[in-house]
Ligand binder design. Structure first.
Ligand code: AMP
Length: 414
């Protein structure tokens, strides 16, 4: 029954089989976030375009090429959110959260949009979950958020995960290093791609991310930020590392690590999974001590991460089996339909999973359907108000008292 309509390029439908695996992932994540005090926040799916231009950075690929931007009827420029941190910082300021006890610890989950070239693990609408700890510059917060992502991937059983860790230094201290890096890039302009060359002066760090062999050659001899950290930034980074060491979280130091968003300062990290192909990053983040000020608020240090739900599920590559039903209420006599409705409701209200026939099948068809949906027991409602309870595994069937339905279900008194 194909129609000419399909999900737009780079998007996908989540069908129930895949939805079950998502539900498990979200339940595990919610448990971890709640136990650590990261409370749920939801922001709109679109924001003023300006928020992302200022927050994510005008020279980034996201802002230059990947945003779904449109004008509303009032000629305001809006953008489907490409990431979650700038909106959360906007909400933090808008709702005066800087007046609450700090840090404010938040978690989120939802759809994000980037106009990227679609491939396995890279979509135009994808889903992220993430956390932010806003209002502290303590290395403890960096270590805590990293540990929570490590715990999440561990509890889900994602195989082959490695953590890369770096520091970009604070904004002021980074300036001198960036001049050094720009000079290096200018010296090797002939070996760079046009894209990297154009951005030498506006975003030289991005050159570390290039997959072009010529650029990679130039970057192999480039100075790295880890050798140029200020004393304070070095001390902060050393403490983050010591805390991770103490917690038994292994990582690989990476002086070439950069992220595709401008707001990062100091600690940055990336969890990669060798089970994934080209798009091997499962989640990552870092500190963004300058972002809230950049958005017009008071100087407010913060740290957080986002992980891609589709990437985690790809790495897990397993389907969550469909759970059976505790009971199916079968209608042997059409007169019993209202009673069936009442009994199925009674079962559901008592916490049992229960279904009934919605398709007008005969009794034989209903038993077949009950078997197909994995019902453990079938309550057969007969003419005159009697009933039978059938155990689907053994095939045993006995008379049942529907006045004591819950007792019948548990095999004793209700
Ligand atoms: P970012 O917001 O760029 O730091 O990305 C955080 C995480 O989101 C990545 O590690 C990926 O797991 C996921 N992600 C980013 N972009 C996409 C995309 N286009 N499709 C699917 N997942 C993505």
């Amino acid at each position: 029954m194909a129609s000419k309509f399909q999900a737009p390029r780079g998007t996908f439908d989540v069908l129930p089989a895949a939805g079950r695996a998502r539900a498990r992932l979200q339940a595990v994540a919610t448990g971890i976030f709640e136990r650590a005090g990261y409370e749920m926040i939801q922001t709109p799916t679109f924001e003023d375009t300006d928020l992302f231009e200022r927050g994510v950075g005008k020279s980034t690929d996201i802002v230059r090429k990947e945003m779904f931007t449109f004008e509303d009827k009032g000629e305001r420029s809006l953008t489907l959110r490409p990431e979650g941190t700038a909106p959360i910082c906007r909400a933090y300021l808008e709702h005066g959260m800087h007046k609450q006890a700090q840090p404010v610890k938040l978690s989120y989950v939802g759809p994000f949009f980037r106009h990227e070239r679609p491939q396995a693990g890279r979509y135009r609408q994808f889903h992220q979950l993430g956390i932010e700890a806003i209002g502290t510059d303590s290395p403890l917060a960096d270590a805590e958020v990293i540990m929570l992502l490590s715990d999440l991937l561990g509890e889900l059983g994602v195989p082959g995960v490695a953590l890369r860790l770096g520091s970009l230094g604070s904004l002021d201290a980074r300036a001198a290093y960036l001049e050094e890096l720009k000079a290096h890039l200018h010296r090797h302009e002939g070996d760079l791609t046009a894209d990297v060359r154009e951005r030498i002066d506006i975003n030289p760090l991005r050159a570390f991310d290039s997959d072009d062999a010529g650029v990679q050659g130039v970057m192999a001899s480039a100075p790295t930020i880890l050798d140029a950290l200020s004393a304070e930034d070095q001390e902060h980074f050393d403490e983050v590392r010591a805390l991770l060491d103490a917690a038994g979280i292994g990582y690989e130091l990476d002086g070439t690590l950069v992220r595709g968003i401008d707001y990062y300062t100091r600690t940055i990290f990336s969890f990669v999974c060798d089970a994934l192909g080209g798009q091997s990053e499962i989640g990552g983040g870092g500190r963004y001590d300058g972002l809230i000020e950049q958005l017009g608020g008071p100087a407010t240090p913060a740290v957080g991460w986002a992980a891609g739900i589709e990437r985690i599920l790809l790495a897990l590559d397993e389907e969550e089996p469909r759970r059976g039903r505790d009971a199916f209420v079968a209608i042997a006599d059409p007169e019993q339909r209202r009673r069936a409705m009442a009994l199925v409701t009674e079962l559901r209200n008592a916490g049992f999973s229960a279904e009934m026939d919605l398709a007008g099948r005969g009794l034989k068809g209903q038993l077949k359907h009950a078997d197909r949906i994995g019902a453990a027991r079938v309550l057969i409602l007969e003419a005159g108000g009697t009933a039978q309870l059938r155990d689907m595994a053994s095939g045993e069937q006995r008379a049942a008292d529907t006045g004591n339905l819950l007792g019948e279900m548990t095999g004793g008194e209700a």
